[in-house]
Design a protein around this ligand. Sequence first.
Ligand SMILES: [Mg+2]
Length: 148
Amino acid sequence: MYDLETLAKVTSEICRVKGWDREWDRGGCYLHLEASEFIEALRGKGDSSREEEAADVLFVLLSLIDGNGIDVNVVIGHLYDKIVTMIAEEILFNKKQLLTWEECGGGPDFSTWAQARLKNVYNIEYFRFQADVINRIKDIEDEADKNV
Ligand SMILES: [Mg+2]
């Protein structure tokens, strides 16, 4: 499989060669269209599978990212940061728990993740985010202390 940076460059190049405009007005319309088709597939409507429609959304999104000069690795960095912050805030403010590797059964498999979801806790080891989440919790607490 390819990394997102490669896929973004390839999808953008295909659009350039085909003359598919990646400006906000045309490309944006296709993003809306493909998102709608994905939602329809989730509802069991249409002829394409959910996976095919999700791939269409990713194709348009990645081509728009690269086609507008946005670094996909910066996007992924923002996504990672958002995820870490959301988990840290849930643990701090909604009293969710971190599961240890042993509590998760020692392996990052689907049943472990499903088990963590059933317990309404975050399986941090599964995501390998634990150190970053703990640091973010400290950042949030330090920021709160400054504002007291
Ligand atoms: Mg589609």
